[in-house]
Design a binder for this molecule. Structure first.
Ligand code: SF4
Ligand code: SF4
Length: 137
């Protein structure tokens, strides 16, 4: 069994709470982030939409860095990682991929039932392993 994080991109509102919760919980340095939330928009920066007003659009994608350790102390205490616990929209589902009752497996099953596109980042993104994304196809 492998611990994995499912990111439901349909639920992500780009609030960075996951990243800030990780930073506070893990006492990271000011310039250290284990998640960076990417804006998929015009490419001009954070929260810059693509398109021409009024036809603007953007969405967000939390990118887990290789420095993410899945919060072993939290898991030892039976708690969720800081990021998943604090996400206000429940976009992050964590657990064992081999356990059908884990939040990861249940959310993955829901996404597949809804015919979501399920994928992992390509290796050139240099992200953390075992992060799975789901979005409407
Ligand atoms: S995953 Fe959750 S906490 Fe992180 S940016 Fe998206 S909505 Fe906010
Ligand atoms: S799992 Fe833990 S270490 Fe990894 S990004 Fe989330 S809070 Fe940070």
């Amino acid at each position: 069994m492998t611990k994995k994080m499912l990111v439901n991109l349909e639920r992500c509102i780009g609030c960075w709470t996951c990243s800030m919760a990780c930073k506070m919980g893990n006492h990271l340095e000011d310039d250290e982030f284990r998640i960076a939330v990417r804006t998929n928009g015009s490419g001009a920066g954070v929260d810059r939409p693509a398109g021409v007003y009024p036809n603007l659009h953007m969405n967000w994608m939390p990118i887990y860095k290789k420095s993410c350790v899945f919060c072993p102390d939290r898991l030892k205490d039976g708690e969720l990682p800081f990021c998943a616990y604090n996400c206000p929209t429940k976009a992050l589902a964590f657990g064992d991929d081999g356990d059908p009752d884990s939040e990861f497996s249940k959310e993955l099953a829901r996404c597949k039932e809804a015919h979501f596109h399920v994928f992992e980042l390509p290796s050139y993104e240099d992200g953390r392993a075992n992060i799975v994304y789901a979005t409407k196809a």
